[in-house]
Design a protein around this ligand. Structure first.
Ligand SMILES: Cc1ncc(COP(=O)(O)O)c(C=O)c1O
Length: 389
């Protein structure tokens, strides 16, 4: 099924379509410039050059060196490579600890939990009711056994933004105090194209990117790895990506990622202003039409994510009814829509379980309009009346 003209897609945080310009850039690499980048002849060298061109584009957007970018299959692999790649070869007599926040994506929570099986202690840093980490709480969690910290930059469910720069500064002070080295990773999958992401300014060692969140194809991503850091590869073989990620490169998708990140950065300010206007309008209409609704997103978070609950109604019937009206939204994280568990992110910010079960996430993009927002608000009111009849 393809999108009808009147369909309204407000699930940008789950995924985005590949844009026409991005697709056009990719197409020759399927059929014409198909050489294996490891080959020596011209066709291969063209593929190789295209990968390096894309690497350059990614590095320019996040202000890193080109050589600090490793292409992966997406955000999940980038997160796994950062965490397991560092932690799996650093076991010192159960003396190692990891810190992650309670609102990480499962692509960090699950690998971090796995590390406890090889002797790591996992510490969760809590968030406040706005979904933000308290700097003192964070500081008190770091000790001389802390080796790895991963804190999500922009949360995918509620859009809360962490003060990554401050958290890194605290980490560096603690390193000096203990005379240790602590790696700091951030999952910036939802941040790219929405807010500025500058690895030098943030001071992070590792940063994850996923293409399909900003109009590149699904199944391609990148990991920024600060110069001179060694990660144990997840995949061994031909030694591509400077020994960090074996396997013949996904050239068309890497080319698409390069083009898409460049466009996302060019449009970043416009994107911010436009989606923020839509979000604020939606909040006004919710307050007007459904005054009992509870907003879970922070006002100073990502501009494009609005997460809310309508008390006494579960999220699922609302989403199904919205779908009947041509509106595509989600509840909590896309990766856990099959589950009826309340979102761990909402529970972490102290939302009651029955309210969390009713959460709806609207995530806007450049193509959404104020008229669509009005239609969504009107539809929600009708659905509310139907469901509470
Ligand atoms: C914050 C965050 N991290 C990681 C991921 C996983 O990325 P991918 O789908 O590219 O594996 C997602 C995707 O939903 C995400 O939102």
């Amino acid at each position: 099924m393809s999108l009808e003209l009147n369909d309204i897609y407000v699930d940008i945080a789950a995924t985005t379509p590949v844009s026409k310009v991005v697709l056009d850039e990719m197409l020759p690499f399927f059929t014409e410039i198909y050489g294996n980048p490891s080959g020596l002849y011209m066709l291969s060298q063209e593929s190789k050059a295209a990968i390096e061109f894309a690497r350059d584009k990614v590095s320019k957007v996040i202000n890193s060196k080109s050589s600090e970018i490793i292409f992966t299959s997406g955000g999940t692999e980038s997160n796994n490579l950062a965490l397991k790649g560092f932690c799996s070869n650093k076991i010192e007599n159960n003396q190692n600890e990891i810190i992650i926040s309670t609102i990480e994506h499962h692509a960090i929570i699950h690998p971090a939990e796995q590390m406890t099986q090889i002797g790591y202690k996992l510490n969760y840093c809590p968030v406040d009711t706005n979904g933000i980490i308290n700097l003192d709480t964070f500081k008190n969690l770091i000790n001389k056994k802390t080796k790895f910290i991963s804190i999500i930059y922009a949360n995918n469910e509620i859009g809360s933004l962490q003060k990554i720069k401050n958290l890194v500064e605290i980490t560096r002070i603690k390193e000096k105090e203990f005379g240790t080295k602590i790696l700091f990773h951030t999952d910036a999958v939802q941040a790219i194209g929405k807010i500025e992401v500058d690895v030098i300014d943030l001071g992070v060692d590792l940063l994850s990117i996923s293409g399909h969140k900003f109009n590149a194809p699904k199944g391609v991503g990148a990991l920024f790895v600060k110069e001179d850091l060694y990660l144990e590869p997840l995949l061994d073989g031909g030694g591509q990506e400077r020994q960090n990620r074996s396997g013949t490169e996904n050239v068309p998708s890497i080319v698409g990622l390069g083009k898409a990140i460049e466009i996302a950065e060019t449009n970043r300010v416009e994107y911010f202003n436009h989606t923020n206007e839509l979000r604020l309008k939606m909040i006004d209409l919710l307050n007007e039409n459904l005054p009992k609704s509870i907003i879970h997103s922070s006002f100073d978070g990502l501009p494009n994510i609005l997460n809310f609950s309508i008390p006494n109604i579960q999220g699922e019937p609302i989403l199904i009814a919205l779908d009947f009206k041509g509106i595509m939204a989600s509840s909590g994280s896309a990766c856990s829509t099959a589950s009826i568990e309340p979102s761990h992110v909402l529970i972490a910010k102290n939302v009651q379980e029955n309210i969390a079960l009713g959460s709806i996430r609207l995530s806007f993009g450049l193509t959404n309009t104020l008229e669509q927002v009005e239609y969504i608000a009107q539809s929600l009111l009708e659905i509310y009346k139907d469901l509470t009849k």
